[in-house]
Design a binder for this molecule. Sequence first.
Ligand code: ZN
Length: 237
Amino acid sequence: MSPRDDMHSHGPKSPRPARPVKGGARRSRFPDAPENIRRLKVDARGFPIPYFVAMVNGKPDHRVVDPRKVQPALAGGLCWICGEPMGGDSAFVMGPTSAFTRVTSEPASHWACGCFAAQACPFLTQPRMRRNHKGLEGVTLTAPGNMLPQNGGLAVVWATSTFTQAPNSEGKTTFSLGQPTQVAWFREGRPASREEVVAFMRTTVGRFRTLVEQGGPPAAKRLAEYRERALALAPKS
Ligand SMILES: [Zn+2]
């Protein structure tokens, strides 16, 4: 079953329609989204407003993660995207470098919500899309999905039953992920090919090589292990 099939496969067939925000769009752009997503309010453009989105000047701003949402999501076991209680494995939506290092900084989502975001969020699907910071002067920006230009439009949804959280050197919460029970790769909104993922991993190993040269043989061995475990999870075709 493909992730796309899976994300549409559960939930009742006639959900409540998305609730428009005041002055906003009347209809979601994504009528076929998973049920939980269809329950979210939509903004003036018809985009669902995820749980993590910050309010800036009284309006939801998809460019910004609200850091105050992290602790309530973790304490309440809530989906980072739809805000409803989790159940089963935790699915982390992240850039492909996080699939290499197995460290990410955003809480987990439902599998279906994560696969939807990886295919529908413009920041995750359009590598050249510029984050317009107009009007955000004075706001601490944390971009959704930790997406970086060198990610080449790849996004990963990583489901696992094992992860630990700890602050990084800057005091920000990070998650170390265990072996996945399910992984889905996307590129620019559609399933990524094996070739695309393998090419990315090759480039990533190259980027880490300089650091590794300073660390000697143990670091080189570790880099090789990271490479092997990442390639083992690449799409089969
Ligand atoms: Zn959800």
